[in-house]
Design a protein around this ligand. Structure first.
Ligand code: ATP
Length: 317
């Protein structure tokens, strides 16, 4: 029986702009998503039973049917019932390195790894776009987590246009271990406060999308103008999360005081990241923020931008 070991990288948002409500209840978004090397490891193996089981080394990761990795396996069983009957259920083992509920798409990355892993284990031969179509049914960030790299994401976040990968830059991530922000809360609060700015007209949505494609940030990414990239980072959700969580605002200000390319909250937070030119710059920035805030609950990660999505670590028979 085959087993597969997959590497599931986290993502940060270099740009997150909310432009309106969609008929399906989600928000219409215009984003630039970026993979980073901080990653979970997902092992999957056929278990010769009918069930799907989830194991994880982190207390905040649910082990039941709400786990996104479980839901990804369930989706594959439902989409390919004959193959499922032939191979049986799967055991999923999650080794968490990505902080949970942190705005880094950890759950989505795990689900993406399960889709890729089952595609190989069951020898389905699905192409990446086919896998991404399945992924979009489960969650908006999952299609991106499959392919990774640097991409413009529109719609709910599931429509992807890869752009030239940004590599060789470093990031410091910082998150209070005792703080999490509900993604649903952040978007609802944004709707309450900024709903009057929303556009719904298809033409206007198209023109906002086109605007990002020809924006200074995309140009800076393509031309690897790292100082410009740092200055142009943007996240609409900071407008609601920072006032509600002063600790996150303080963390962002502390990074801004250090020598970095730029700083921003990732996704719905509460993780704040600092984009850096080199590992040395990242380590110095981390140390300065650590000393300035001096809180034992503040955790840091120093990692690199990554050009890849889900990678196969190893397979065995
Ligand atoms: P979002 O995609 O909403 O921005 P996030 O990156 O902020 O998510 P996740 O780490 O994906 O945060 O966790 C969000 C919630 O999803 C957690 O509180 C947890 O209960 C649930 N969850 C479900 N499956 C997983 C998983 N495999 N790993 C982590 N959390 C999971």
């Amino acid at each position: 029986m085959h087993s597969y070991s997959l590497i599931a990288p986290a993502k940060i948002n270099l740009h997150l702009e909310i432009i309106g409500d969609r008929p399906d209840g989600f928000h219409e978004l215009v984003m630039i998503l970026q993979s980073i090397e901080l990653a979970d490891r997902i092992d999957i193996q056929a278990n010769s039973t009918e069930s799907i089981s989830v194991h994880a080394n982190h207390p905040q990761v649910p082990l039941d049917k709400t786990n996104l990795a479980y839901r990804a396996a369930k989706l594959m069983c439902e989409a390919f019932p004959d193959v499922y009957n032939n191979f049986g259920g799967v055991d999923i083992i999650i080794k968490k390195n990505i902080p949970v509920a942190a705005g880094l798409a950890g759950g989505s990355a795990n689900a993406a790894a399960v889709l890729v892993g089952i595609n190989m284990m069951w020898e389905l031969g699905l192409t990446q776009p086919e896998l991404q179509n399945l992924a979009a049914r489960l969650g908006s960030d999952i299609p991106f987590c499959i392919s990774g790299g640097t991409a413009i994401a529109t719609g709910r976040g599931e429509k992807l246009d890869p752009i030239q990968d940004l590599t060789n830059l470093w990031v410091v991530l910082a998150k209070y271990s005792n703080l999490s922000v509900s993604t649903a809360w952040a978007y609802q609060t944004y709707r309450q406060q900024y709903g009057n700015t929303y556009v719904s007209d298809a033409e206007k949505i198209k023109s906002r999308t086109a605007k990002l494609h020809s924006s200074p940030l995309v140009s800076a990414i393509i031309h690897k103008q790292t100082k410009e990239i740092g200055k142009l980072l943007y996240n609409d959700l900071e407008k609601v999360v920072l006032p509600e969580y002063p600790q996150v605002a303080q963390l962002r200000s502390a990074f801004a005081e250090t020598e970095i390319l730029g700083t921003m909250m990732s996704g719905s937070g509460p993780t704040v990241f600092a984009l850096c030119e080199s590992e040395k710059q990242a380590l110095i920035s981390k140390q300065k923020v650590k000393e300035a805030i001096n809180d034992p609950n503040l955790d840091f990660w120093v990692t690199k931008l990554s050009s890849g999505g889900i990678q196969v670590g190893s397979t065995c028979k």
